[in-house]
Ligand binder design. Structure first.
Ligand code: MN
Length: 495
């Protein structure tokens, strides 16, 4: 499971020597009070760490270099309590390679109207000190999140928390290794892309393996390891009698468990946190991994089907960002439509591989034939996604840039049973409606595969896009197609 409390966000306070030691001591105390509040805020999942007040260009440069090389530092928050002449920040900001947020706050929430004097004014200067600093960040063309409000304001904590989650996702991505079993599904375009550019932009590496490499691991799974997993399945899911030990089709579940043991060990041995499969290439495996993929995703692994490494990595990053939040995150595909004018919905599903973290109830373990691929009947978990707000995210390679597209949705209770559809599924109404959302998605070149989440919000994804410095297109309740097409045209010019 993913633990974000191992990550640190450094809190940097800029000032200058002009004010004398007494004022600087007060600045330090105030900053420590703020850091204690942010560090203990349940809205901020990472640790917030105080750093001594910075008064010279050398100190600022030094702390930025230290942040770069601190392995658990996911980002820095900056704040100018007093006036911090921003030429002092040039060397530090130029060197900084970690995500940057700018907290535009003031220690005092209220002006002390009756007692305010020039001492108060000189201490509480962020209203102009932060503007001086902000100019320099803009002058250097650096991406950052500016968060405005009092440091005890829950909305400020929420905004810092969203950014901190994106920063943790970014840091995880720098060290991510994606295992690709087989190559791309033949002839498919959108799942391809420039892996070198992706590694430069996102940090993660994508490495291909022959199916024989995985098959060897699967063959080595011991009966005791398979037994242990069967016991876990029986504990966790609804399992029909014929699939239980002694049942007529129990062997199919054992085959699936054997694949899980092997796949799990392969990923652990190689330090992989995301992977892809493709049903066209299963050499040496008895079946398409369905159950194993679903269970590994539920533990935080990223996954993409048909060789889709961009979505596999995206799902992993979304898993990291959503750790500890209500609601699940999964690999997903826009599969089929309900186009009735009375209510238009998307049925999202895949052949097998949807994460049970989005399940509305206890998943059922079932075994059914797969109509494509020509292998044995694979085990899978079957369930409906829980109703409520969610979003779909796609990353596509436009040739000259990587583009992130987000569409907000409302997951609905399926209006009827689907007794003959033995896969996990989600039914949703995309925003603003199916016609506009699908048209906008298609104009944007969005993929059929997505990272789907009921835990993350637009703010999380936009913060992530800013940190990665990739194009961000949002399709939501406010989307107007004419404007959206213009946005695409203007972005083309901007890139
Ligand atoms: Mn697919």
């Amino acid at each position: 499971m993913i633990d974000l409390s191992k990550y640190e966000i450094w809190f940097l306070v800029g000032s200058q020597k002009l004010y004398g030691p007494q004022v600087l001591e007060q600045v330090a105390q105030h900053a420590q009070t703020i850091v204690r509040a942010l560090d203990s805020s349940p809205a901020i999942p990472a640790r917030v760490v105080y750093k001594p007040v910075l008064t010279t260009a050398e100190e600022m440069h030094e702390v930025c270099l230290a942040a770069n090389s601190a392995p658990n530092c996911a980002g820095v928050i900056t704040w100018m309590h007093t006036f911090s002449p921003a030429k002092n920040w040039i060397a530090g900001l130029k060197a900084l390679q970690k995500p940057l947020a700018h907290l535009h706050t003031q220690f005092n929430q209220d002006l002390p109207w009756a007692t305010i004097d020039m001492d108060f004014m000189n201490l509480n200067q962020s209203a102009h000190g932060d503007r001086e600093y902000g100019f320099m960040v803009s002058r250097l063309r650096l991406n950052r999140k500016v968060i405005v409000g009092h440091w005890q304001d829950p909305d400020v904590h929420a905004q810092i928390g969203a950014w901190a989650r994106a920063a943790c996702g970014w840091l995880d991505s720098q060290n991510m290794k994606v295992a690709r079993f087989g190559d791309n599904m033949r002839f498919v375009a959108v799942t391809e892309g420039d892996k070198v550019e992706a590694q430069i932009r996102f940090g993660y590496q994508v490495n291909g393996y022959g199916l024989g490499d995985l098959a060897a691991y699967v063959q080595q799974a011991s009966p005791a390891e398979v037994d242990a997993l069967i016991a876990e399945y029986l504990d966790t899911y609804e399992v029909a009698a014929e699939l239980r030990p002694g049942g007529a089709r129990h062997q199919s579940v054992r085959d699936a468990a054997q694949v899980e043991v092997g796949l799990r060990r392969f990923l652990a041995d190689g330090g992989f946190t995301a992977f892809t499969t493709t049903f066209e290439n299963l050499h040496g495996l008895k079946l398409l991994p369905g159950l194993a993929v679903q269970r590994l995703m539920a533990e935080g692994y990223g996954f993409g089907a048909e060789g889709d490494w961009k979505t596999a990595a995206l799902v992993r990053t979304m898993k990291v960002m959503s750790a500890g939040l209500e609601g699940g995150t999964s690999f997903m595909e826009d599969y089929t439509y309900h186009l009735n004018p009375a209510g238009m919905w998307v049925l999202g599903a895949h052949m097998l591989e949807v994460c049970p973290s989005i399940a509305g109830g206890k998943p059922r373990l079932e075994v059914h034939p797969l109509s494509i691929g020509g292998k044995e009947d694979p085990a899978r978990l079957v369930f409906d996604a829980r109703p409520g707000p969610g979003l779909n995210v796609s990353i596509v390679d436009m040739g000259n840039r990587l583009r992130m597209i987000v569409n907000t949705v409302d997951v609905v209770e399926p209006p009827a049973q689907m007794p003959r559809l033995p896969v996990a599924r989600a039914v949703w109404r995309p925003h603003p409606d199916l016609k506009v959302a699908a048209a906008a998605w298609i104009y944007a070149g969005g993929a059929h595969h997505t990272g789907f989440s009921q835990a993350l919000t637009v703010e999380h994804m936009q913060d992530l896009a800013e940190i990665f410095d990739v194009e961000f297109l949002l399709i939501d309740e406010k989307t107007d197609l004419r404007q959206f097409k213009n946005e695409i045209r203007w972005n083309e010019a901007s890139y």
